[in-house]
Design a protein around this ligand. Structure first.
Ligand code: SF4
Length: 330
C-alpha cells in the first residue's frame, strides 16, 4: 500500500502520473522540484521507510543506459544496464541497494520513451549483439502491475531481434509475460537460492519453490530462462543445500529452455557493506568471515573460488552443455 506519492512538479500532468494517481486515490500527493530533494535527504531511516515506502514519480535525465561492469555478461558482444526504478519490494539482507541509497522509498522514472531512445542508440552504436540488463537497481517484475514498464519495452525488443533484454527477478507475478507471445531475445532470469538461504535472508521474496514453478511456466511458453545463482551464500551444509537446489532445478526445467546460468559468490562494494553492517548489526550473514579486496567486501578468495567451482561442477553434470558464466572477484 502506497500512502504517499511524491511527484516532480514538471510531471504533474504526465499521463503515467495520472494513471498511477488514479490507482492510488487514497494516497497523499506531495509535489517536489526534483526527486533528489526527498530521496537523498540526510537523516532518513532506511529500516523504518522499508516498512511503508513512499513512491516518488520522477524523470530520469543524463545517461540512461550504462555499460555493464567488465566481466559481466551472458554471451553478448556488448553489455549495458539501465534502471527505470530504484529500490525494491523485497528485503534481501544481502542487497547492495540498502548500502547504496539512504532511502528505502521507491523511485519510478516515468519517461519510459527516453529509456527506449537510449537503448536504440546503443543497439545502433556498433555491430554485434548488445544485451541490456534491467533490474539492476530494482526487481524487473515485482512492481510491474504498478509500472507497466515491461509491457512498454518488450515491443522494442520484438522489433530488434539482434538485441537481448534480460529481466532479472524473484517475482512470480508473470502475467505480463504469459499474456503475450514469448520473445526469443528476452531472457527471464531468476535469482535462485536454496530454500534455507531464501528463508533466512530473502525477506518478503517468493519462496524458491514458487520461483521454480514460475520458471517452469515461462519455459513451457517458450521464454528463454536465465538461472542466476548469485550471490552464493555460504551457510552450514553449503554443498548439500546447493546440490539439492540444482537437482530440483534439473528435475523441473527442460535444459533446452535454459539460455544461461550465472554464478557469483556474495560480494559488495566495501562502502555499501559497511553501511549495511551498521543498519543490521546483529545479522548473521553480515557477521560472516569476509575480507576486503579491490574495493569490494566478500568471501576470502579461496573460499569464493571453491564455492563457485563446486557449483559449476554440479551444474555441468546436471545440465550439461548449458552456458555457465562466472562472476569471480579478482
Ligand atoms: S530482489 Fe534483488 S533488488 Fe530486491 S531486495 Fe532482493 S536483492 Fe535487492
Amino acid at each position: 500500500v502506497i500512502d504517499t506519492l511524491y511527484v516532480e512538479e514538471a510531471l504533474l500532468d504526465h499521463p503515467r502520473v495520472h494513471a498511477i494517481r488514479s490507482r492510488h486515490a487514497g494516497a497523499r500527493v506531495v509535489s517536489c522540484r526534483r526527486y533528489h530533494e526527498v530521496f537523498n535527504r540526510r537523516a532518513q531511516d532506511f529500516r523504518l521507510q522499508k516498512r511503508r515506502p513512499a513512491l516518488l514519480l520522477a524523470a530520469k535525465h543524463g545517461r540512461l543506459v550504462m555499460p555493464a561492469p567488465p566481466g559481466y555478461g551472458i554471451g553478448a558482444a556488448r553489455n549495458y544496464y539501465f534502471s527505470h526504478m530504484l529500490n525494491c519490494l523485497y528485503d534481501c539482507r544481502y542487497c547492495f541497494l540498502q548500502g547504496m541509497y539512504r532511502s528505502a522509498n521507491y523511485v519510478l522514472f516515468v519517461n519510459y520513451e527516453a529509456f527506449a531512445d537510449a537503448i536504440r542508440v546503443e543497439i545502433d552504436a556498433a555491430p554485434g549483439v548488445a544485451c541490456f540488463f534491467s533490474g539492476y537497481d530494482c526487481d524487473s517484475l515485482a512492481l510491474e502491475r504498478l509500472t507497466g514498464f515491461v509491457d512498454f519495452i518488450l515491443p522494442l525488443f520484438e522489433a530488434e531481434p539482434a538485441a537481448w533484454l534480460e529481466l532479472r527477478t524473484k517475482s512470480v507475478r508473470i502475467g505480463a509475460l504469459l499474456g503475450r507471445r514469448a520473445l526469443r531475445n528476452c531472457v527471464v532470469a531468476y535469482s535462485l537460492a536454496p530454500a534455507a538461504v531464501a528463508a533466512a535472508f530473502e525477506h518478503r521474496a517468493p519462496a524458491t519453490a514458487a520461483r521454480l514453478e514460475a520458471l517452469g511456466r515461462l519455459g513451457e511458453r517458450g521464454w528463454p530462462l536465465g538461472l542466476r545463482f548469485d550471490p552464493l551464500i555460504r551457510i552450514e551444509g553449503f554443498r548439500q543445500h546447493y546440490r539439492d537446489l540444482f537437482r530440483e532445478v534439473a528435475r523441473r526445467l527442460d535444459p533446452a529452455w535454459i539460455h544461461s546460468i550465472t554464478l557469483g559468490a556474495f560480494r559488495m562494494p566495501a562502502g555499501y557493506f559497511a553501511r549495511l553492517a551498521q543498519l543490521y548489526p546483529d545479522d548473521r550473514l553480515l557477521a560472516g568471515a569476509f575480507e576486503r579486496r579491490t574495493g569490494m567486501t566478500g568471501y576470502r578468495a579461496p573460499v569464493a573460488q571453491e564455492m563457485i567451482a563446486f557449483c559449476h561442477e554440479q551444474l555441468a553434470q546436471l545440465l550439461p552443455g548449458r552456458p555457465v558464466f562466472r562472476c569471480d572477484l579478482a
